[in-house]
Design a protein around this ligand. Structure first.
Ligand code: PEP
Ligand code: MG
Length: 953
């Protein structure tokens, strides 16, 4: 079949930007770090200097609050809010996103007032904590962190322990009496600053981090396995060795002046707003580049000063299942990065109750305070310094689709939110996760019996995935592009791996907890993920995977199956089965009463239906698809593509015979064979839809799509028809078109060969009469495709109406039906007033309307559309997935207005792929459409999106 039949636009992963070498990056960053905050003599009038750009928090008060995310970023706004709530927040200040905007609009420079503002706020922090920045006797150390309006976990840069040098480190030793801690902080700072600000990073995918390499060598030399086994002296040596590596590889000295360090870090954080991974993350998540990031400078508190110190991250509810329990992880004697980076596997938060009941009690209280205050599930970061609890961050927690629904529905029950809030808490796309497959239990049991379970890690991203092993993002992407299903296997993931994660079915990591990068990002993407699977031994260079205690080696390309709901990892493939919702609704193999996830889904959908105005239909061509659509809540069929009904083996023969016919008689003979086949299909659909409207479109595709193009197939057809191969080949050649999409297709077929439309209309009405006779209501809506001129519709409508009259007479059954048209070429939209005189309904075929309005072939767009969107940003999103509002949207507005001007109350829908895209659904609501129609599995998504549209418009 031709390309048009498999027309779904598949979005290949975005193209990698060329890697910047460490040296080149260092040069760039060096220049940035050394740049004093300056203002150009004549500032470009792109942005004015904002009045207030630095906002303080801590010491029991704050300049900002949670409502100021645009200016302060999520982190800054929530730190301010927590400080305002009286929670223990270390003091600091936020440099607003307006400075980021200014920075990029003014050649990487700052507003004139910034330096003085920062100094003033730094003094204020010094006063609150009673320390001095750069004071060798009593040093204040700070963290410098990014914070955009929307959370972008790990995508931008962070620097901790800033303010340390060879003098202040001695002050820190004197203050804490803990040289090991002081040098540990110092070596962490130098490596982090060296990486993030100075740009000393691995240069290739196989190279390990230069600082990591030095650290490993040191451990090896000392004969120890863990960082914690290194002595103060070892760590002190590491500081010097790190600095020497920076000098040797980048040709620069490590900055000792804390103020130079601070400005370098601020520049690096603003600079990281436009690094490759942040760019990609923004694109994947639709975050505009214009938002910018804020920079948060905050007094350090330490979780690694000793055994009465610790750090952790937690969620006020379980982010994987949504269960209402305190969920998190902590590590004693560690810094926050240890938990998030997954370099040590943390302990479950409940164990903190035993380790430090006082702090645990405080955290439990804060958990409730935050949920009551924010009325949402929150994600928090905390540090315990010498037994005192500090809150370092809180934000609305990311969650799986399952968790989003459970939390939303249960919070209504707890009277924390109303049902409308609950609807808005669930992203329509998240419903996809509820429809995801799990392993077939018998298959999984067999895998267990065969002892194929290799290991068990953390159930970080639910769902089951099976695919081939790849060990790095690049290879994973390449394999996915070849059509393989991929399991990305990493020791731990970092933001650089995001492309590989996008391309994979599942992600497996050896290290890291539930809040590690891999886990967070996978959950957000809706990917299956098993994290922290510690028994794995992964060798990137050899591309092998071994498991402790098992004498076998898995290599790149071998099959692996992972269960992100249980954490199990199996060798080989395990077949998957549909989700609970699908089993209740579609397969009917599970009873709703014993399906808790289904019950939550059903509650949410009930609310969605109460809120929405837009109706939701499905695109379906077969009775089973129609039944599935109804189970998912479709209120009718918005598009039945009759040509899809000819795909089956028993129908393609007569269809080809009809196309190849070179006389009216021959064509009619073939059509007579097709008539009963079509009639039976229509009857099946009418029965499945039980009185709901069914829009049936007359034949549309270019005929050549049905012809065999391989000699063997042509010979088989010739044999079936009893003609010569040459005869078949001659007809195929005669039907060849240079531009079939704009050729002999759509209503043009039925106008030139009216007997085709006659046969289809007869099949529809005879089926309608038969099903009505059985006692079912039937509501056929006959739709004529690709109409650009009202006369085209007139000609086809006349045939349909004549046949309807004939069938009514023959059957003695009164048939209620309507005749309408698709609007899918610009002329149709522009002359909608004329067309609406005949058409009783419109349905926007936005696949073709996009193709014809943009002059972009829907079959050939892949080659240039990806860079058009990703690189050149010509279109914000793929116009074949999300309606191009400025162009195609304008045509829709015109057609709606003109159509309804000549036929008030004209029913209008959409049946292109856009009908299942939440953003486009919202557009359709605002454009005044009556319904959207999409594939059956997207019906729930469209229902929720329609509710969002109604609640937000
Ligand atoms: C359309 O063009 O949007 C449409 C629904 O028709 P098809 O995709 O079958 O061309
Ligand atoms: Mg079309």
């Amino acid at each position: 079949m031709g390309g048009r039949i498999s027309k779904k636009v598949v979005r290949p992963a975005a193209k990698a930007k060329p890697a910047v070498t460490a040296k080149a990056a260092a040069k760039l960053v060096k220049a940035k770090a050394q740049a004093k905050p300056t203002v150009k003599a004549k500032p470009v009038a792109k942005t004015t200097t904002p009045a207030k750009v630095v906002y303080a928090f801590g010491g029991g008060k704050a300049d900002g609050n949670a409502g100021m995310k645009e200016l302060l970023g999520g982190k800054g706004a929530n730190l301010a809010e927590m400080a305002g709530l009286g929670l223990p927040v270390p003091p600091g200040f936020t440099i607003s996103t307006a400075v980021c905007t200014y920075y990029y609009a003014h050649g990487n420079s700052y507003p004139t007032s910034l330096r003085a503002d920062v100094e003033r706020h730094l003094h204020q922090v010094e006063r609150i904590v009673g320390k001095g920045f750069g004071d060798p006797a009593n040093p204040l150390l700070v963290s410098v962190r990014s914070g955009a309006r929307a959370s972008m976990p790990g995508m931008m840069d962070t620097i901790l322990n800033l303010g340390l040098n060879d003098e202040t480190v001695r002050g820190l030793i004197a203050l804490t009496g803990n040289p090991r801690f002081a040098y540990d902080s110092y070596r962490r700072f130098v490596s982090m600053y060296g990486d993030v600000v100075l740009g000393l990073k691995p240069e290739s995918k196989d190279e390990i981090d230069p600082f990591e390499e030095i650290l490993e060598a040191k451990k090896h030399a000392r004969g120890v396995a863990l960082d914690t086994e290194l002595s103060a002296n070892d760590l002190c040596e590491l500081v010097a060795e790190f600095k020497a590596a920076i000098k040797q590889r980048l040709g620069m000295d490590f900055p000792d002046d804390p103020h130079a360090q601070l400005w370098g870090a601020i520049g690096a954080v603003f600079g990281s707003w436009k690094n490759d991974r942040a760019d990609l993350y923004r694109k994947l998540n639709g975050i505009p580049e214009s938002w910018g990031t804020a920079v948060n400078v905050q007094a350090m508190v330490f979780g690694n000063m000793g055994e009465d110190c610790g750090t952790g991250v937690a969620f006020t509810r379980d982010p994987a299942t949504g269960a209402n329990l305190f969920y998190g992880e902590f590590l004693m004697n560690a810094q926050g990065e240890d938990v998030v980076a997954g370099t040590r596997t943390p302990l479950p938060i409940r164990e903190l109750q035993a380790a430090n009941p006082l702090v645990y009690g405080q955290l439990e209280k804060i958990r409730h305070t935050l949920e009551r205050h924010y009325r949402d599930m929150m994600d928090i970061e905390f540090t315990i310094q010498q037994g005192a609890l500090y809150m370092l961050q809180c934000r609305v927690g990311k969650r799986t689709g399952d968790a989003a629904i459970r939390i939303a529905v249960e919070m209504v029950g707890q009277k924390l939110i109303g049902w409308k809030d609950a609807l808005l808490r669930v992203d329509p796309e998240q419903l996809n996760q509820l429809l995801r497959p799990t392993f077939i239990p018998a298959e999984k049991a067999r895998a267990s019996r065969e002892q194929r379970q290799l290991a068990k890690g953390l159930n970080a991203g639910p769902g089951a995935a099976t695919g081939r092993i790849y060990f790095n993002a690049e290879d994973a992407e390449a394999a996915a592009a070849r059509g393989e299903s991929v399991i990305l296997v990493r020791i731990e993931t970092s933001p650089e791996d995001i492309r590989g994660m996008v391309a994979s079915q599942g992600i497996l990591t050896a290290r890291g907890g539930m809040t590690s990068h891999a886990a967070l990002v996978a959950r957000q993407m809706g990917k299956v993920c098993v994290a922290g699977c510690e028994s794995l031994r992964i060798d990137y260079k050899a591309r092998t995977l071994r498991v402790d205690g098992r004498d076998e080696t898995l290599r790149e390309g071998e099959d692996l199956s992972i269960d992100g709901s249980t954490g199990e990892v199996f060798r080989g493939r395990i077949d998957t089965q549909p989700s609970e919702v699908v089993r209740v609704l579609i397969d009917r193999t599970l009873d709703a009463a014993s399906a808790p996830v289904y019950k939550l889904y059903a509650q949410l959908m009930t609310w969605a239906d109460k809120a929405r105005r837009l109706r939701v239909r499905a695109n379906a061509d077969q009775p089973d698809q129609s039944s599935a659509a109804v189970a998912f809540g479709a209120e009718g069929i918005g598009l039945c593509r009759t040509e899809h009904m000819f795909f089956g083996d028993d129908k393609i023969g007569p269809m080809r015979e009809m196309i190849l016919a070179d006389s009216l008689e021959a064509r009619k003979a073939a059509l007579a064979k097709l008539l009963p086949l079509q009639r039976a299909d229509f009857a099946g659909i009418f029965r499945a839809m039980a009185g709901k409207p069914v829009t049936i479109r007359t034949l549309d595709p270019p005929l050549h799509e049905f012809l065999p193009h391989e000699t063997l197939d042509q010979q088989a057809l010739a044999d079936m028809l009893g003609v010569s191969l040459a005869r078949v080949q001659e007809r195929v050649a005669a039907l060849h078109e240079f531009n079939p999409m704009l050729g002999f297709r759509g209503c043009r077929l039925g106008i030139i060969f009216p007997e085709i439309t006659e046969m289809q209309a007869r099949a529809i009405f005879e089926a309608a009469a038969a099903v009505q006779k059985e006692g079912h209501a039937v509501r056929p809506e006959i739709m004529i495709p690709l109409v650009g001129h009202v006369k085209e519709l007139d000609l086809q409508a006349a045939i349909v109406r004549r046949v309807a009259g004939d069938v009514a007479k023959e059957s003695g059954i009164k048939l209620a039906y309507t005749v309408g048209t698709m609007i899918e070429v610009p002329r149709g939209a522009l002359t909608a007033d004329e067309i609406a005189k005949t058409a009783e309904f419109f349905s926007f075929g936005t696949n073709d309307l996009t193709q014809t309005a943009l002059g972009v072939s829907r079959d050939d767009a892949g080659r240039f559309l990806v860079p058009y969107v990703g690189e050149f940003e010509i279109y914000e999103r793929d116009p074949f997935q999300t309606i191009d509002e400025a162009g195609v949207g304008a045509l829709i507005h015109i057609a709606v207005e003109r159509g309804r001007a000549s036929r008030p109350g004209l029913k209008i829908g959409i049946c292109g792929e856009h009908g299942g895209d939440p953003t486009s659904v919202i557009f359709c609501h605002r454009a005044g459409l009556d319904y959207v129609s999409c594939s059956p599995y997207r019906v729930p998504i469209a229902r929720l999106a329609a509710a969002h549209a109604a609640l937000t418009s």
